[in-house]
Write a protein that binds this ligand. Sequence first.
Ligand code: FMN
Ligand code: FE2
Ligand code: FE2
Length: 398
Amino acid sequence: MHNIRKITEDLIYIGANDRRISRFENQHPVPNGMSYNSYLLLDEKTVLLDTVDKAVGDLFLENLHAALKGRALDYMIIQHMEPDHCALIPRIIELYPQVTVVGSQKTFGMIQQFFGLDLAERAMVMKEGDTLQTGAHTLRFLMAPMVHWPEVMVTYDETSKWLFSADAFGAFGAINGNLYADEYDVDFDLMPEVRRYYTNIVGKYGRQVLALLEKIAKLDIQMILSLHGPILRQDMHYYIDKYSKWASYTPEEKGIVIAYGSIYGNTEKAAELLAAKLADRGEKNILVYDLSAWHFSYILSDCFRFDRLVFASSTYNMEIFPPMENLLLELKGHNMQNRAVAVIENGTWAPQSGKKMRQLLAEMKDMRVLESEITIKSAMTPADDKALDDLVELIIAA
Ligand SMILES: Cc1cc2nc3c(=O)[nH]c(=O)nc-3n(C[C@H](O)[C@H](O)[C@H](O)COP(=O)(O)O)c2cc1C
Ligand SMILES: [Fe+2]
Ligand SMILES: [Fe+2]
């Protein structure tokens, strides 16, 4: 009756899906919902690894109760204090008053801030490399500051070689019955949402993610159990390789994102024409996005994926068309860098968007703006068409 899942004899999945949520962090669309993972280790001691979002709080408490089968809860490990995981901490303390709470130094200050709870009496503060013996299992804690928040730590089970990775290796989307990533069509159904989750939620903190990857490179890992999305137990190198690329702002592969902001459709026409010309010259992996139709999170994700980016925008009150300005600000906010970029502007009386887009790009690191000034005055002319041909050559050479 309870949707709890046996991972092994002594490790139980007790998380839950929220399929009613429309925007994660009230910002990112999640058409496939969201999973909030929580794990219960049934060793000589019982150990809960993180709680869940309040949206699935009742389900989670029922799951925990059922999985404990009457046993007491000895430890609650808090890896991350963002409310999508920590919301049920006060309820756990009410229901299991003898529980010891395990976290990093910063965790307990945040518990005080969010809930007004002083847990000093029951706190077990972990530093880098500290361990907790729970019976057969030895859990080692590795600090992972800014993957995604400053208090984050991950947990390595030295006995079973499991890495509980907090938000790292998480994904947007609910878990569809299958608990393991290898039971999905990874490239089609999983990786796009693993990428969009990473780039939008953690993408800004590449340096800190690289530091975590360096730590875990030394470990023998049989399973990665994150707080969102399916569990990894095969092809871990595939995910780790994607993470090292994203964290170092290295494109995954050759490809071109053409993002446009267009009011009447003239800039759109130029974007479509450019895509066709690039395709005719043999380029593959071309993605054309109308910024008014797509949430920025999808485009930001593909900007992490591909090596060349084209931004085409009409002018709007002497500024960049707002959806384009928003995308560029988000790219900057997420530390987007190291890409070849082309800019196309449009305006009827005083085109300004090109200059303003270049200004924003100049505030990012190593965004190599191609030497081509394409200014469309209202509608494309034969000269603009020729300029597009020249741009195609620059993009191919970049
Ligand atoms: C609200 C609004 C503000 C605009 N502001 C400017 C402007 O400041 N300078 C300019 O040259 N054109 C401005 N335009 C005109 C468009 O940028 C111009 O017509 C452009 O060619 C539209 O390209 P599109 O067909 O891709 O939308 C504005 C249009 C609108 C609707
Ligand atoms: Fe988070
Ligand atoms: Fe999270």
